[in-house]
Design a binder for this molecule. Structure first.
Ligand SMILES: [Mn+2]
Length: 430
């Protein structure tokens, strides 16, 4: 399989047309930042080292419970998905890892999959289990829950699946298992809240016991859906309680779209950092309380404020190592275009957070100078770091304008011929 999915000459030709423009914009930005006492080269080095994982399910077209409108040339299996991920990484150079989902990504030869990923310059991030839908030939149904199910055999089946995911992850070089359950209820009185949570904890403990020493278990909470009245791991409080109970290898994963509207997510991030329990992120955006929209497409300032907490904590010497992943549903766009754009958006928020004058912000906070403090954040957020991001991509061999280079490459049209449309598919969001 080719390791060069978009012709390198075409990328170079694309870059040539924009090269002088990027050079002059970058020089101007460097001068602006220099006046603020910021060394652009140092910021560039940190941004160049930043990466966000692509969810394998993200390269398929998503949908709603009403309908799914498949795109052209959708990936048929995990090897096609890897190829699309490789294209994203080749052009945008911000996504060196892929996060798999089992059973959607099951294959017969994991070592072949690992080798193929490696030939594309990709590695594997956290592995995701699925106990929110029934699989073919499954003995027990998850209709009424999985890890928290009232039936012990159903819980045991869900535990065994998670342990199976750990084994697959080990074969692929993953270091984390992400557990999101859809368990919950649709009617008041349907579920005994405390007992359901206790059953969840009991099951989660069995999974935790099977974790290799250098692994993390990432607990992902979600306010609603598929259960619409109550959810067992509904919010960061429940997630934190569970992570505390399980032990040091269990941490809380923050999916930006899994909160009620108006929840202060950056504050949750700060709390989890302080408690040593921040596992990482699923980045996306939302308007109403789920993770359907592209990262930063609606609220880029909120994404910046999340990164502001991360950069501040790192600046203050707090030891933590969050995993960064995208998790969003692409219903009306080409998933490759959305994922490249979102990866760059996440990278942009990180770059902007690096521009905050930390000493001045500390002083403003100590002096209760709210206006200065908020101006300091806005000064960083309103800095257009586009030339810096373009330069990072250029130096890494990517495209200055990834979407334009992708469209010009004709990749989608090529794979549409090779990949006939299949019914169903495994696009989705978790
Ligand atoms: Mn998620």
């Amino acid at each position: 399989m080719s390791t060069n999915l978009i012709d390198a000459g075409a990328i170079a030709a694309h870059n040539d047309t924009l090269l002088s423009q990027v050079g002059s914009d970058y020089a101007h930005l460097g001068e602006q930042l220099g006046r603020r006492g910021i060394d652009i080269e140092r910021v560039r080095a940190r941004v160049a080292a930043f990466g966000v994982a692509i969810p394998s399910w993200g390269v398929g077209t998503g949908g709603t419970r009403f309908a799914r409108f498949p795109g052209q040339g959708e990936p048929r299996h995990v090897f096609d998905k890897l190829q699309d991920c490789a294209v994203i990484q080749q052009l945008a150079r911000a996504t060196p890892t892929v996060s798999l989902h089992i059973p959607w990504d099951r294959c017969t030869d994991w070592s072949e999959l690992r080798q193929t990923a490696s030939s594309h310059g990709l590695a594997f991030d956290a592995i995701n289990s699925n106990t929110f839908s029934d699989q073919k030939d499954q003995a027990h149904s998850y209709k009424f829950g999985s890890l928290s199910h009232t039936d012990a055999a159903t819980r045991a089946q869900a535990v065994a699946h998670n342990i199976d995911c750990i084994e697959i992850g080990r074969a692929l070089g993953s270091k984390a298992l992400t557990v999101w359950v859809g368990d919950g209820s649709n009617f008041p009185g349907q579920q005994h809240f405390r007992r359901a949570f206790d059953r969840y904890l009991d099951s989660a403990q069995q999974i935790y016991a099977a974790l290799p020493g250098d692994w993390r278990m990432m607990l992902e909470h979600k306010i609603c859906e598929p259960a619409f009245y109550s959810t067992v791991i509904q919010d960061w409080g429940s997630s934190f309680l569970a992570a505390q109970t399980l032990g040091p290898k269990a941490q809380c994963l923050v999916d930006l779209g899994h909160h009620a509207p108006n929840v202060n997510i950056e504050l949750i991030v700060a709390r989890l950092i302080a408690a040593g329990k921040l596992a990482g992120f699923h980045f996306n955006d939302s308007k109403y309380g789920d993770d359907d929209l592209d990262a930063g497409s609606v609220s880029p300032y909120r994404l910046f404020l999340v990164f502001n907490e991360l950069v501040a904590a790192a600046h203050e010497g707090v030891a933590f190592d969050p995993a960064y992943m995208l998790d969003q549903s692409h219903n009306v766009t080409d998933p490759i275009e959305s994922l490249m754009t979102s990866a760059v958006q996440v990278q942009r928020s990180f770059a902007q957070a690096l521009l905050v004058d930390r000493a001045a912000l500390d002083a403003a906070q100590d002096a209760n100078d709210a206006m200065t403090a908020t101006h300091l954040l806005k000064a960083a957020f309103q800095t257009d770091v586009t030339p810096l991001l373009q330069r990072v991509r250029l130096e890494a061999g990517g495209a200055i304008d990834p979407v334009a280079a992708y469209r010009a490459s004709g990749y989608r049209q090529r794979v549409a011929v090779q990949r006939p449309a299949v019914a169903g598919g495994s696009g989705g969001i978790v």
